[in-house]
Design a protein around this ligand. Sequence first.
Ligand code: PMP
Length: 358
Amino acid sequence: MFREVINTISPYIPGKPISEVKRELGLEKVIKLASNENPLGPSENVKKAIKESLSDLGFYPDGNCTELKLKLAKKLNVKPTQIIFGAGSDEITQFIASIFLNPGDNSIMARPSFPRYETVTKVMGGLPVEIPLKNHTHDLDEFAKHINERTKIIWICNPNNPTGTIVKKDELYSFIKSVPSEIAVVVDQAYREYIDDPEYPDATQWLYEFKNLIVLQTFSKIYGLASLRIGYAIASEEIIEKLNRVRPPFNVNHMAQVTAIAALEDTEHIQKAKELNKKSLEFFYKSFEEMNLQYIESYGNFVMVDLKKDAVEIFKKLLLKGIIVRPGDIFDMPTYIRVTTGLESDNMEFIKALKEVL
Ligand code: PMP
């Protein structure tokens, strides 16, 4: 009855929701530092836009996201026809796999990296080729060695989730240039807005040069709209036109569209989130150093720290104290946890709890 490949796919394991932990453990206060959301949530502008949008909820949304697309295209300096929206950038990974992969084709990705690249490849009957990270970073030389005539997509998560490391400008540029133009190169920049480092490349700048390049971004992270599900891809008009063929007609809901428009205009809120993240990372690094724990320096809003102990055990103990983090076992890093930066008070409570459970 079921396709054979379905049995080889593990369901996505999300960070535990706050409501579930409260219910299961009978806790009143729970701090979630598990899914790389913005702890400030959306801006006041966004909340106002939500109220204003309530009168339109009975109608189907604009499937083309026209107003948002025009605004975003202007901001990014690309044509509106170079953008497609998804119910999260996650949904767009499915579109990408479905327009490029025939059964038996392969796609190349790092391991550990964002697990959806593997899943969407398998769903299409494709073969995920997983290249181990080197020094916790994409090993693009190995990527290049594994390209063959069945390779259709190369996924580069920059910065990488879960390690927070980046591929720097020159290296990424040379790699994309070396990839045959009939292979799609996807650069997932979900955490791009957190980064100021001049060595970090925004791959959007290369879209005119590389017609096989697809850049993924999202409103779930710094913009604080994770629950509304909206992300986007920027690519050549040809690729976007093909992606639109497989997109469900009303995949992005109206509230997501109006809030994304409001969020785009909200530079102050973004700046605030960025500064908070920077401070939080510094606090985590300092605390880990004091505790003699090694960590991987991160360009995102999360950090992997090595507890030198079974991380699932520590995860469970932290949960009992009302703190949700991500154990590293699912990323093949069984002694690490991944912790998202939170509000100042949340960060302090996390470190206090971590000291206790260790
Ligand atoms: N890419 C990366 C690297 C991510 O970490 C995430 C979310 N965890 C996504 C894509 C998906 O984000 P969304 O679907 O919410 O846009």
